[in-house]
Write a protein that binds this ligand. Structure first.
Ligand code: NAD
Length: 338
């Protein structure tokens, strides 16, 4: 453990970044958080928090000053609804953020740099079947990600690798597989499937509705990883010697219909599923965790049921508060994802 080191977490106002800042504080790190916004669901636990737009080079230089390690989480992103409808914005903004943050880290003599990539880098042609073969790290090539989001992640993975080879900057690259948990976006269009389903189910429970919308037939498959496992894995990767991209997720694959059933059970209700048109992403995706186990001597531990129960309870509280403020808010049950 490297007590006393100074770290920067970019995207520290977001879901994973705000949890990571707290995790690193508890391990004795001095933490600077940077984001366009403060965390929405509680005070930051970072020692210092700066509001900076990391698309700008001067802001990236400021963000990376006087720190040893950078956890690069800032990104313009969201669930499938957002990712499938904003290709130009995502590619433009995330390219600027990552190119400038990485170069600023080099200029400021950062020792280690962890980049948060995504399972969205994997080729679409390997994910056309709901009963998909779990994806190994080397499956990313030949490259054919489905969306601009995945292409940008893949290019930045390569940029990190070249900075390590050409400039000796120690880079680490993680590929997340659907991270979920409390204190993440749960409404508004950027929320992901677990949060969106929890919101719809909480709304049904609190209003007596009997049905929720699900995009597609609900037979598309994914694996889902709880936030405490995510930040533990991030930290373990940062302090490891492994510089190639590494999957970080659960390897238990469920359908979106099954995910909805687990959440409904956490809510203590049963709901009918109305399948409607909507973006679904790839048909099937699962993580092959062989290398994760080998490299980190560890793998995610929190069960889907346990993680979803905590997440659901938190989202039910948010929905209850929202309903108390606005009796007619239809968006809670109808808006985006999945
Ligand atoms: P998030 O949207 O909650 O957090 C990202 C944060 O980046 C936001 O708070 C946002 O305001 C900030 N940001 C956006 N543009 C910025 C800018 N120009 N300057 C500074 N900050 C900016 O997302 P998250 O779920 O916490 O994801 C964190 C990272 O992990 C992202 O890079 C994301 O692509 C990656 N990732 C997440 C998942 C997941 O399941 N959550 C899966 C794959 C990859």
């Amino acid at each position: 453990m490297e007590i006393g080191k100074r770290v920067l977490v970019t995207g520290a106002g977001g879901f994973i970044g705000s949890h990571l800042a707290g995790f690193l504080k508890k391990r004795g790190y001095w933490v600077r958080g940077v984001d366009l916004k403060y965390p929405e669901f509680g005070e930051t636990e970072a020692d210092e928090f700066e509001i900076l737009d990391l698309r700008r080079w001067d802001n990236c230089l400021q963000a990376t000053r006087n720190v040893d390690h950078v956890y690069a989480l800032a990104a313009d992103m969201g669930g499938m609804g957002f990712i499938s409808a904003n290709h130009a914005q995502i590619l433009h903004n995330n390219s600027l953020i990552n190119i400038h943050t990485l170069e600023a880290a080099r200029v400021n003599g950062i020792k280690r740099y962890l980049y948060t990539s995504s399972a969205c880098v994997y080729p679409e042609f390997l994910q056309e079947d709901a009963n998909v073969t779990p994806l190994k790290e080397e499956d990313a090539y030949p490259a054919m990600p489905q969306d601009a989001y995945g292409w940008e992640k893949l290019v930045t993975e390569r940029l990190c690798n070249h900075y390590r080879e050409d400039f000796g900057l120690e880079t680490r690259t993680v590929r997340f597989h659907n991270i979920f948990g409390e204190k993440g976006t749960w409404e508004g269009g950027r929320e992901k499937a677990p949060a969106a389903l929890a919101r719809k189910i909480a709304h049904a429970k609190l209003t007596g509705a009997s049905e929720i919308d699900i995009w597609g037939d609900g037979e598309q498959t994914r694996s889902f990883c709880y936030i405490t496992d995510c930040v533990e894995g991030l930290y373990r990767l940062m302090v490891s010697d492994h510089y190639e991209p590494l999957n970080l997720g659960q390897d238990r694959m469920v359908t979106i219909n099954e995910l909805a059933d687990i959440i409904a059970s956490a809510a203590g209700i049963s709901v009918a599923k109305k399948h409607i048109d909507g973006p679904q992403g790839v048909r099937g995706r699962n993580s092959d965790n062989s290398r994760l186990r080998e490299v980190l001597g560890w793998e995610p531990e929190v069960s889907l049921e346990d993680g979803l129960k905590i997440t659901y309870d938190w989202i039910e509280e948010q929905v209850r508060a929202r309903l108390a403020g606005n009796d007619e808010d239809q968006t809670l049950s109808k808006s985006s994802n999945p």
